[in-house]
Design a protein around this ligand. Structure first.
Ligand SMILES: [Zn+2]
Ligand SMILES: [Zn+2]
Length: 446
């Protein structure tokens, strides 16, 4: 080793460098906030992110999974490769103060601050003398399309062969971008408590997504409804059927099913013949998702059966449950506590949301901690606003960079221990096979 600085010295240098040189990270977050874009359409956000990474003197590989990119920081000697991820996308949230007036896209999940905290981590690791003391590398991995929205449009992109998976990280896995990654981490922003600290550990549900189309028969709504088949009534009965199944789900399975109707007919004076729905079927385990998905399909068919309509059901691979690595969680937690104090780091429990970071934690050691600094009812609400960029961007970046130092200092013994003790739930090949097994396109008419 060229340098005898201790891990503690290096972490102090990293944190100090983010404090003194971290302004570009906040600027990147604010720039992304000003031009929110939904998944696989993050053109301006990607350009701003690539420029910000390049300004650190790093090479950027762009256009991965449409808008994604990677850049590598190399340590003084070879060793494990740690990915620090950030998500590019916003989601449609009409009424959000920073929403794009044309698309309604808004950063109501604060992914703009992930771009910032990833960049802050990179800035910290470039503090004088730090990278030279590390054995291994860090890949900045900027991914598109975490919010699983605009399902109909993304499914068209899939059928046109532009993507296979509707989420960005499954695409990155498919494209081999994770093949040489050993450990992964990212930090998500939340409105949950503690507002002035971090939430660590915890799990998320996984999901499959469904695009549903009821086909009926048009006829005059007042004059000749007996000649029509009402696709909206079919959808209504299907939703009632889904609700009637709720008592059959076990609490521990955290099943969440929340359909929306994206098209409810064409005109009010004709019997609705084209009604479209989207839904997620979420659950805490793959078995829970599969079982709930079968019940939902039964309810969807029942709606069509009752009124004599046809239903086309497309089921799409979604995300797998989050399973954070406990040793990594402990390392990150200690760094978060050093930055904000023990009282301001909470242990999170079982959560109902989903993320494709879950997919990565099924195939390698990874963490997906949360940081506060945001206010509002919850993420995805029109009042979700980041009000503490120092915490959400700079402190979150510091905690990740300090964790990298823990992992890669010396001969990277800590990273090697994490990798050796981690038992991935599946291999990349098993993961892709499982995800592909969820895809189905079925039509039902009695
Ligand atoms: Zn979100
Ligand atoms: Zn999010």
């Amino acid at each position: 080793m060229a340098n005898a600085r201790t891990t503690a010295d290096l972490k102090e240098a990293v944190a100090a460098h983010v404090s003194s040189h971290g302004e570009p990270a906040i600027e990147l977050a604010r720039a992304a906030l000003s031009h929110p874009e939904t998944g696989y359409k993050e053109i301006k956000t990607a350009a701003a992110t690539a420029a910000a990474i390049r300004s650190l003197g790093l090479e950027v590989r762009e256009d991965i999974a449409v808008t994604g990119m990677t850049a590598i920081l190399r340590g003084g000697s070879p060793g494990p490769n740690i990915a620090i991820l950030a998500e590019l996308d916003a989601l449609p949230v009409p009424g959000h103060p920073n929403a794009d007036p044309d698309t309604t896209a808004a950063h109501a999940c604060a992914h703009h601050c992930q771009l910032g905290n990833m960049l802050a981590a990179a800035i910290g690791l470039r503090a004088p003398g730090v990278l030279e003391s590390l054995s291994g590398s860090v890949t900045l991995m900027v991914v598109p399309a975490e919010e699983y929205v605009e399902i109909e449009w993304r499914n068209e992109q899939r059928m046109a062969g532009r993507i296979e998976f509707l989420g960005g990280k499954p695409e990155f896995v498919r494209l081999g971008e994770l093949d040489d990654v050993d450990i992964c981490m990212m930090t998500h922003i939340t409105t949950e408590q503690p507002h002035d600290g971090f939430g660590v550990g915890g799990t998320n549900t996984g999901l499959v997504a469904k695009f549903i189309k009821y086909r009926g028969v048009k006829a005059h709504a007042g004059g000749a409804p007996h000649l029509g088949i009402n696709a909206l009534n079919a959808a209504h009965l299907a939703i009632a059927g889904i609700h009637a199944q709720r008592e059959t789900y076990k609490d521990d399975d955290t099943v969440r099913i929340h359909p929306i109707i994206t098209r409810g007919g064409s005109v009010v004076n004709a019997v609705p013949d084209d009604v479209r729905m989207e839904t997620f079927v979420r659950g805490a385990s793959i078995d829970a998702i599969k079982s709930a998905n079968e019940k939902v399909d039964r309810a969807l068919r029942a709606g069509a059966l009752a009124v004599g309509a046809t239903v086309d059901v497309t089921t799409l691979p979604g995300y797998l449950p989050l399973a954070p690595d406990t040793r990594l969680t402990a390392l990150h937690r200690a760094n978060a506590e050093a930055l904000v104090g023990v009282d301001r780091v909470h242990e999170f429990g079982r959560r109902g949301g989903s993320t494709d970071m879950g997919d990565l934690t099924q195939i390698m050691p990874g963490i997906h901690p949360y940081v506060g600094g945001a206010v509002g009812r919850s993420n995805h609400a029109e009042d979700m606003i980041v009000d503490d960029y120092n915490l959400a961007v700079l402190d979150a970046g510091k905690a990740m960079a300090m964790t990298v130092v823990d992992l890669l200092t010396g001969d990277a013994s800590e990273a090697k221990r994490v990798i050796a003790e981690h038992r991935p739930a599946m291999t990349k090949e098993q993961y892709l096979t499982l995800q592909r097994s969820f895809l189905s396109e079925r039509s039902y008419t009695e």
